[in-house]
Design a protein. Structure first.
Length: 49
């Protein structure tokens, strides 16, 4: 995604007074009322031979 997208998302969350916490803790995610998930694409392509 372009950097502008993330900047606008940050502005939107700030305006809505939504605090974000970055975590990979699966237990913490399971206990959350709601969450936002983002996925980072792999840098290297997957090769199928």
């Amino acid at each position: 995604m372009p950097e502008l997208f993330y900047k606008k998302m940050d502005e939107m969350f700030k305006e809505l007074k939504i605090d974000l916490e970055d975590t990979n803790d699966k237990e913490k995610i399971k206990e959350a009322e709601n969450f936002v998930a983002t996925f980072t694409p792999q840098k290297e392509p997957i090769k199928i031979e």
